[in-house]
Design a protein around this ligand. Structure first.
Ligand SMILES: Cc1cc2nc3c(=O)[nH]c(=O)nc-3n(C[C@H](O)[C@H](O)[C@H](O)COP(=O)(O)O)c2cc1C
Length: 216
């Protein structure tokens, strides 16, 4: 491979890999090989002392996706209710009033099961029982792998959305998928080809608000 990476292309990939919900194409099948290719890319992510203590659970079976979709909807509603409580009863206040994001999240809540594939990213070990250093090391290994998967998926025309509300009922997910005890779930992603073309850069906090140089 050439050492010359096209900065414009790679920056565009990094800056436009969005959470895709409304544009997931539920009708188009995602070949198993494409999912495996994306996970092969994810395996190149950094991990603590290269221990690679991670597992990737791909769910394409319709019945299992429906059960995960039920858990997603229930836990989303729980999160929604808790968030509203924290923000004077209004979810709009809590989420910064981003109505587009809210509509999109509600759409995924209703349609999660329809994505032709779900990928569950897990770390080996029971992380909540570990000291902070070990927790950070394990999460710091699985999270970059999940992000690499999203980037690899996006380059192949696939949309993904990082989700975590299911973790409120992670044991239910473990039961559905028959997961072993010494595994910690981190991210659950619906995966589907996206409709339309192109994604835009998102609005973010200005660099000056978050950048600290040589101290705070
Ligand atoms: C740790 C984490 C948890 C998230 N959990 C959810 C989730 O449960 N459901 C969902 O619809 N989006 C979830 N998101 C997606 C965020 O809402 C999204 O990244 C954010 O609104 C910015 O939008 P963008 O990814 O399109 O730039 C999560 C993102 C992260 C990083």
């Amino acid at each position: 491979m050439s050492d010359k990476i096209d900065i414009k292309e790679s920056d565009a990939l990094l800056k436009t890999t969005r959470s895709v919900r409304l544009r997931l194409d539920f009708e188009k099948a995602v070949p198993d090989e494409v999912l495996k290719d994306c996970i092969t890319v994810a395996l190149q992510a950094p991990s603590q002392t290269n221990t690679q203590q991670w597992h990737f659970v791909v769910v394409t079976d319709r019945g299992l996706r429906e059960r995960l979709g039920d858990i997603y909807r229930d836990t989303f509603d729980k999160y929604w209710a808790e968030s509203a409580e924290k923000s004077d009863g209004s979810i709009e206040n809590y989420s910064g009033g981003d109505q587009r994001m809210i509509d999109s999240a509600l759409y995924l809540r209703d349609n999660f099961h329809k994505a032709p594939a779900h990928v569950l990213f897990c770390a080996t070990g029971n992380l909540p029982e570990m000291p902070l250093f070990e927790q950070a090391s394990a999460y710091g290994s699985i999270m970059p792998a999940a992000w690499s998967f999203m980037l690899a998926a996006r380059s192949r025309g696939l949309g993904t959305c990082w989700t975590s509300v299911h973790l409120k009922e992670s044991q239910k997910v473990a039961d559905v998928l028959n997961l072993p005890d010494n595994l910690t779930q981190a991210v659950l992603m619906p995966v589907a080809y996206y409709s339309g073309s192109g994604f835009r850069e998102a609005s973010r906090l200005p660099l000056d608000d978050v950048l600290h140089w040589n101290g705070w």
